[in-house]
Design a protein around this ligand. Structure first.
Ligand code: HEC
Length: 129
């Protein structure tokens, strides 16, 4: 009799543990966003090349698909606004490539790292954000 009750208790505990684990997996799963492929984002070859450059040079400081700040402001929708959020400069290819080439405050300059083609590819990608 006691053995039976004990087994039932253990079984209940196991079910509770399983549900708990599943719940945790679901919660943490929601926080880890899966990286979308270039095709899913509908990127053309130039924009995809720009994304590679972004990953190497910009991603550590700027979120591409969020306005949440890292070291610099999130760049989601950067070209959708008339003015840049932080600097207040007009959002156009000239001003944005100036920022990339020359840097700004805490942002390093990339004129020694990226050539004009790479900056053009990067701008093409930034327009998709
Ligand atoms: C070490 C961190 C760092 C890296 C790497 C970096 N940035 Fe920045 N970026 C910043 C910071 C900080 C600012 C804010 C500068 C200021 O005070 O105006 C900024 C500003 C900007 C702005 C203007 C935003 C606004 O609202 O005014 C753009 C656009 C930008 N960065 C694009 C890029 C791109 C593209 C790259 C990759 C080539 C890059 N950044 C690499 C830190 C970084």
């Amino acid at each position: 009799m006691t053995d039976y009750a004990g087994a039932r208790g253990r079984a209940r505990w196991l079910v509770a543990a399983a549900i708990g684990t599943l719940g945790l997996a679901m919660i943490s799963g929601c926080n880890v966003e899966r990286r979308k492929s270039d095709a899913e984002l509908g990127l053309n070859p130039q924009q995809a090349a720009g994304r590679r450059i972004y990953d190497q040079s910009c991603d550590r400081c700027h979120e591409p698909y969020s306005t949440r700040g890292k070291k610099g402001p999130g760049l989601k929708g950067v070209f959708q606004h008339k003015y840049l959020r932080l600097s207040g400069l007009p959002t156009n290819d000239d001003r944005v490539s100036d920022i990339i080439r020359l840097g700004r405050n805490e942002m390093p300059a990339f004129s020694q790292t990226l050539n004009q083609q790479q900056i053009d590819d990067l701008l093409a990608y930034l327009h998709t954000l």
